[in-house]
Ligand binder design. Structure first.
Ligand code: FAD
Length: 390
């Protein structure tokens, strides 16, 4: 089996295939694995050693990972099939940064960065230093991570500008909260209008006021008020308005059917493409999503590939074992869920200390009793449902 991409989707698929007894090789373009977790999510949220431990475990299950080995026009997915691989899972993620299309963006200005590339460069050791005022555009995980990283590489004042409400921001609330604690300022309802520049260098941005409006059929659209304009000075601008899949590396595999929105067309149940033996999943198919969705997709693909090899055309069924628990099993509701127990808060480094470097922000459960309390919390969500139904 061949896998394209050592991100959460690819590694999970490789892991399950290896457990089923297949010889599995992962082709990874970068010199290190983990996908976005390894090259973009900052060290202060996810230290490298955690990813290394997971990858070592997967390798010990018999998976071969070939680094610096992109699948591209010189070594295609078709080539993999000709080389004897019986199935291929394509999971290269959503690597292309979306552009705003506003004036100034085309100028290749010094001081303009794209969130994903900025994070990847910093995480992989590029010497990037910022200073003064930095504007970050966007409201997703990448924007928040870019803003927090900007502080750690020297920015004095970081301001995030987002077009909609805080509730509409796709970033996790916990991370937004931590960013605010670190002194990052959130400006809501401002859409980017133009990048201001002088002598090839960014000097600031212009924003117009914006808000979400709903059509009669309930569809959300962004409404901007061109007359309410705000100018903000800045030494750098980080554009983080989203990522998209990039299918250009598949140029010579043109018989694989593309989807209308620029990815591949796959069967939603089996993740099979139109070419027998070629499957695809993760962010590459869904667009930017979450780690757990990518992992689920990798597992689904492994099950589908195993069925394909055995000529089994039935659907992939993944049974949710939690909700499959029989109610007559005499479950000890009182013992486990007598009272709601909130998650035990994890200690964090102090905001003023954590912006000084890339050390992990979460300190974990320092004391045994905290760890025990958290470990004893009931995660039997099916019991919650039964309790409500009683
Ligand atoms: C900054 C940031 C913060 C995030 N924070 C969170 C979070 O807090 N929680 C959460 O759940 N999710 C978060 N996400 C999203 C999460 O990381 C992704 O949803 C997940 O990594 C997608 O997994 P994937 O395997 O589909 O793709 P990816 O993780 O993108 O992995 C794809 C892999 O394929 C490789 N590749 C690409 N092209 C080729 C090629 N041609 N040949 C060989 N290899 C190739 C890439 O180098 C990469 O290693 C975040 C993402 C980013 C960028």
């Amino acid at each position: 089996m061949a896998i394209v991409g050592a991100g959460p989707a690819g590694l999970t698929c490789a892991y399950f295939l290896a457990k089923m007894g297949y010889k599995t090789t992962v082709y990874e373009a970068q010199p290190l694995g983990g996908g976005m977790l390894g090259i973009a999510v900052p060290e202060f949220r996810l230290p490298r050693y955690v990813i290394e431990e997971e990858i070592d475990y997967i390798k010990n299950c018999g998976v071969d990972i070939l680094y610096d080995s992109p699948i591209d026009a010189t070594h295609t997915v078709n080539d993999l099939l000709s080389e004897g691989f019986r199935a291929v899972f394509i999971a290269p993620g959503a690597q292309a940064s979306m552009r705003t299309g506003i004036p100034g963006e085309e100028e290749e200005l010094a001081g303009v960065y794209y969130g994903l590339k900025f994070l990847t460069d910093v995480r992989t050791g590029a010497d990037i230093r910022l200073q003064g005022k930095v504007i970050v555009i966007g409201g997703g995980n990448v924007a928040i991570d870019a803003a927090r990283t900007a502080l750690r590489v020297g920015a004095g004042d970081v301001q995030i500008f987002y077009r909609r409400t805080r509730e509409e921001m796709p970033a996790w609330e916990k991370d937004i909260e931590e960013a605010l604690e670190e002194g990052i300022v959130l400006n809501l309802h401002w859409a980017p209008k133009r990048i201001l520049h002088h002598n090839g260098k960014v000097t600031g941005m212009e924003f117009v006021q914006s808000q979400t409006k709903y059509d009669d059929d309930g569809r959300a659209r962004l409404s901007v008020d061109d007359k309410t304009v705000q100018r903000v000075d800045a030494e750098a601008v980080i554009i983080s308005i989203g990522q998209a899949p990039d299918v250009s590396f598949l140029s010579r595999d043109s018989q694989i059917e593309r989807s209308l929105w620029g990815s591949l067309e796959v069967n939603a149940n089996t993740l099979a493409t139109n070419i027998p033996g070629i499957f695809s999943g993760g962010d590459f198919i869904t667009g930017p999503s979450t780690v757990i969705q990518a992992i689920a997709s990798g597992r689904r693909a492994a099950i589908a590939i195993n069925k394909y090899i055995h000529g089994d055309a039935s659907r992939v069924e993944i049974i949710d074992e939690k909700t499959a628990m029989p109610s007559e099993a005499g479950l000890a509701l009182e013992d486990e869920t007598a009272k709601d127990q909130a998650r035990v808060d994890v200690d964090l480094e102090k905001p003023e200390d954590r912006v000084k470097d890339f050390r992990e922000v979460e300190k974990g459960y320092a004391q045994n009793d905290e760890a025990h309390r958290e470990a004893k919390r009931c995660l039997r969500c099916d019991l919650e449902r039964e309790r409500r139904e009683l």
